[in-house]
Ligand binder design. Sequence first.
Ligand code: UD1
Length: 346
Amino acid sequence: MKIVTVVGARPQFIKAASVSRALAGVAKEVMVHTGQHYDEKMSDVFFAELEIPEPAYHLHVGSASHGAQTGRMMEGIEEVLLAENPDWVLVYGDTNSTLAASIAAVKLHIPIAHVEAGLRSGRMDMPEEVNRILTDRVSRLLFCPSQVAVDHLAADGIVDGVHIVGDVMTDAVHHIMAAIDGHETAVEYPDGYFAATLHRAENTTREALPKVLAVLASVPGPVVLPLHPRTKNALAEQGLVLPDNVDVIEPLGYSAMIALVQGAEAVLTDSGGLQKEAVILGTRVVTLRSETEWVETVEIGANDVVGTDADRMCQALKRGPIDMESVARIFPVGASQKIAEIVSSV
Ligand code: UD1
């Protein structure tokens, strides 16, 4: 059994690390890195820290418009698939790397296994939503984190090959927690700090970014912000400065990010992955978007979706601790193992 895994963006390295560990011994995995994320701090640190095998192929595609970036990836992935002739192509999430691999594979009649299938925001103006819908449509195996995701697929008429396995991010967080257990974290943050991340296209526009900064300025305490390059570029282009209570730091590796989130009063973010990581770690989340794909985290009272409304953000920060029994129920461990078992047995 040979599997070609295609990754390209930061959260995919984290998820693939968990599943790769489970696949070792049951399948030969060939790792392809598209190069969608290429800064050392957005890519290499994750491979080193999470002990992901060096990619067998690195396409060095880099940043470009959606069409150009996706097209270049498709061309490179197609060559790899023709050379490797795998039994499966394994893809993660909803990035342009996910879509490029899916289109290249389906045209070569190679079956696709999609991890994090069935997520929906209901917003076709988000590039990620387009990538998810198209990838789900052409996938043979669809690994869903929850019943909500299964229901979304059913609504689109997709019922064959659908499996609820839980969320691979849970395995990733538990693995790194065990690895850093007892180790002092090198960095000290200000007392009572909040952690924030921002990178979504819809939050970095000229209209949205000043509003998001106003929300950060209203946080009742210091805010530590590891800055994504997209947001850094947008601030410079728009001539905006961050509020005084915001401490900017470089993008963090995985264990440092987990330590930052665990020690924070709460997390403010527009990232899908970080919403889950925070809740798994017992840290309250405020989502700076108008919707979330992770509705279960809202239902258990751990996540408030506030858009750019500073008053709602402040109200959300006053809520009490998260119920960890509910967290364990919505984020069971073991998704990576189940995925490895299912892919290697069909
Ligand atoms: C991508 C995914 C998003 C995911 C996110 C995780 C798509 C459409 N979006 O968003 O779903 O949540 O990754 O971080 O695939 N840049 C650099 N260095 C890098 C990477 C990016 O400077 O290593 C800058 C470039 O200016 C680039 C911009 O960031 O144009 C956006 O990068 P891109 O990969 O297009 O999307 P992300 O915002 O990272």
